[in-house]
Design a protein around this ligand. Structure first.
Ligand code: FAD
Length: 447
């Protein structure tokens, strides 16, 4: 895979930023948004009431078709799909670098009936995958969400592999059955078959691992898995990326339809009119002490190895406009005594964010026990990725995917269909949101 130097990466960012300037509406200002009282804090979404007002009454600092919040798994997939379907996208990322938790992940993505499985002689189907997810979640995860996830999983893995071939000339995944302890090829790593009274042979290998460069001794291929998404976003003339820019709050009209959002860069706030809608992809609340205390008390006192910037901003912004929540008290916590160590290839140093790195090695992630990984709580979506309100109706023009979503394929704490489920889920509903946000499928009651 071609190495992206820091210089070429920063140059790419600068050009993207310059392109964004052209999208800014004439007469716009970077002064605080009218009617907004955002404090300068990382958790600003919590403090911010949603600004309301008819679209004609407001002045906007910027306009775009689609505003995507968060440049991790779900946000990248959404932005690419929206742009591919013709929309102009503004992608805002709170951090200074892309990739979210996905770029630090093990590099696995789950799917059934993929080209890679077929080439490796593994027989599988969406139906079998669906059955397994329902079993692994004790039948508690929403069956329609599990159905859509299972049905799209092969296409999503093939899509990511094709993006990689297009951008780098090389395949992302190997068509090879491997040992279940490996993070390469296709296997059953992390699949809790024994808990369900099954033997290994009764569960199909579905975790597909991103290929690392030859001879690599790194343990995690998250950067490799994210890289095709990064290159595709950077190569799109329809996607403008703004780093160190965070979603603060959503702006709705009198009927509660989302018109846009307040975003914040440093202390400067701007209002963005999102003509088609807003996407929440801010990675849940694994690093919000406040939300874990309120929703998921069992996780208190644990270190999260997830992206430290994932502090529930998208979930809180959605709550402020009436979104329903699910699974708020569920999470993926590791056994009390388990620490986590991961190593990454050096070439990703300046491209993706580093955190929890070992003092002696900047390419190493070390999290001491006890650990919480994902929080499973978040907003409720339907199968079109629309965010639903507490009465089960779509909030017009508001979409979400990934760890901001509580109506997911994980259900109660401890349930986990196997490695690659989180990225697979985020990419699946991120792509669906992007397609809908572009207007390819009009949401009922939306726009
Ligand atoms: C060590 C490790 C190993 C893992 N291994 C695997 C694996 O092998 N397979 C798997 O499926 N999953 C794995 N995961 C989990 C997986 O990476 C995450 O569940 C997945 O990345 C979640 O996707 P997301 O889009 O919801 O969030 P993320 O990928 O975390 O992206 C969220 C982004 O939103 C940004 N953000 C936050 N707030 C705001 C705001 N207000 N405005 C704008 N941007 C904001 C964040 O900075 C971040 O970049 C692993 C995670 C870790 C940490």
């Amino acid at each position: 895979m071609e190495k992206l130097s820091r210089r070429s990466f920063l140059l790419g960012s600068a050009l993207v930023g310059a392109g964004l300037g052209a999208n800014v509406l004439a007469g716009c200002s970077s002064s605080p948004a009218a009617g907004s009282s955002q404090p300068a804090s990382d958790n600003s979404a919590a403090d911010a009431p949603a600004a309301k007002g008819a679209v004609s009454e407001r002045t906007w600092d910027r306009e775009t078709d689609v505003l995507v919040c968060g440049f991790g798994a779900a946000g990248a997939a959404c932005a690419i799909e929206a742009a591919t379907n013709g929309a102009e996208v503004l992608l805002v990322e709170k951090g200074s670098l892309p990739g979210g938790s996905m770029c630090r992940s093990g590099g696995g993505m789950a799917g059934a009936g993929t080209t890679m499985q077929k080439d490796a002689g593994i027989e599988d189907s969406a139906d079998a995958f669906y059955d397994w997810i329902m079993l692994a979640t004790d039948g508690l995860c929403p069956s329609d969400i599990a159905r859509v996830y299972a049905d799209n999983s092969a296409a999503n893995l093939d899509w990511l592999d094709e993006l990689c071939v297009k951008e780098t000339g090389e395949h992302l995944f190997l068509s090879e059955l491997t040992d279940d302890t490996a993070r390469i090829g296709i296997n059953r790593r992390g699949v809790p078959f024994a808990s369900f009274g099954l033997t290994e042979d009764e569960v199909v290998p579905r975790s597909h691992w991103a290929v690392m460069k030859e001879g690599s001794t790194a343990s995690n291929a998250g950067p490799e898995l994210f890289y095709p998404l990064l290159l595709t976003v950077e190569g799109s003339d329809k996607i403008a990326v703004e780093y160190e820019t965070a979603l603060s709050s959503l702006i709705t009209d009198e009927e509660g339809a989302v018109l846009g959002a307040v975003i914040k860069k440093g202390n400067a706030e701007e209002t963005v009119r999102a003509r088609n809608g807003v996407m929440l992809a801010t990675g849940g609340f694994p690093n919000s002490e406040e939300m874990r205390k309120n929703f998921c008390f069992d996780t208190m006192g644990r270190i999260s190895y997830m992206n430290p910037l994932c502090t529930g901003d998208g979930v809180k912004a959605a709550m402020a406009v009436g979104a329903d929540l699910a699974n708020t008290c569920q999470s993926y916590i590791m056994p009390d005594e388990t620490s986590y160590t991961a190593t990454f290839n050096e070439e990703w140093q300046d491209i993706f964010p580093m955190w929890l790195q070992a003092p002696d090695d900047p390419n190493k992630l070390v999290a001491e026990a006890p650990i919480i990984a994902e929080t499973h709580g978040g907003v409720v979506i339907d199968t079109d990725s629309h965010v639903l309100n507490v009465w089960g109706q779509p909030i017009p023009n508001l979409y979400a995917a990934g760890c901001d979503v509580g109506s997911n394929i994980f259900g109660k704490s401890g349930n986990y269909p196997g490695c690659g489920s989180y990225v697979g889920f985020a990419i699946c509903f991120g792509r669906i949101a992007g397609e809908n946000l572009a207007g390819a499928v009009q949401p009922e009651g939306g726009k």
